[in-house]
Design a protein around this ligand. Sequence first.
Ligand code: NAD
Length: 280
Amino acid sequence: MIIDGKALASDIEAEVRGRVERLGFNPGLATILVGDNPASQMYLRIKHAACERVGIRSENIVLPGDTDEGTLIKTIMELNCREDVHAILLQLPLPGHLDPRKAMMAIAPEKDADGFHPENMGALLLGAERLVPCTPRGIIYALERLGVKIEGAEAVIVGHSNVVGKPLAAMLLNRNATVQVCHVYTKDLKEHTRDAEILVVAAGVPGLIKADMVREGAYIFDVGINRVDGKTVGDVDFDAVKEKAAGITPVPGGVGPLTVAMLMSQTVMAAELSLERRRS
Ligand code: NAD
């Protein structure tokens, strides 16, 4: 089965539109781009188009590539104070002279659309998920929609980034999977991936996962986005691996749309939480 990320994303968007209507106002998402990275510009266009579809008011703040840390933090602080901005997203990567961790920490935790703030990451680790990173949330949503039993499942994640691997490991543990996290220093990758009933690959290495590395009947989520010969491909050798998998996400059209849809959901969640705070 090919896991249709676009179809699942459109279901999430329909649900998000309903929540926006119930809120009675249009939540606001502010994105910040530092510099002019073309891939970042493209991702932001996709995110803003999704906002339009679900009724989120969005604005993009573009800062020059040589912006200093103080100016970036001040920009974030101003957005933290604005009542019409419910969620803030700092598009990564930042230019080399800026520390993404410092900038992420400046975002108010309750407006942290990507769930990268230590307070939200800490809550996630303690099993109190609130605003969490969007890609892992999208993968958990897909597993639940597909009816895959997470409890007791052997889950293997390839990639231990703060954006995907680490938060996903915590989310799978919160749901009682047995989790292995592999990375570039893992000695024998195949030894681990062959165990996986749920395999998530987020390495950014095209063709990393071959058919002999996956278990028959596994559910496979290919997070990788790579450009090869002018085409976008994932980290999994899709054509060979799909013959063995019970379900597999294509690239493009798999995890990407789920991630964007979850950003919409989290923005509305931030607005719902702000309403709750005002009422209490
Ligand atoms: P990253 O680029 O920060 O780190 C890569 C991870 O993969 C590290 O843990 C590294 O140790 C591991 N790795 C690299 N080579 C490996 C190898 N040969 N064997 C085993 N592990 C290896 O990670 P990231 O930011 O999570 O991005 C990973 C990929 O996912 C990139 O292609 C990125 O573009 C993509 N991505 C896609 C989405 C989406 O929405 N579809 C979201 C985030 C990231």
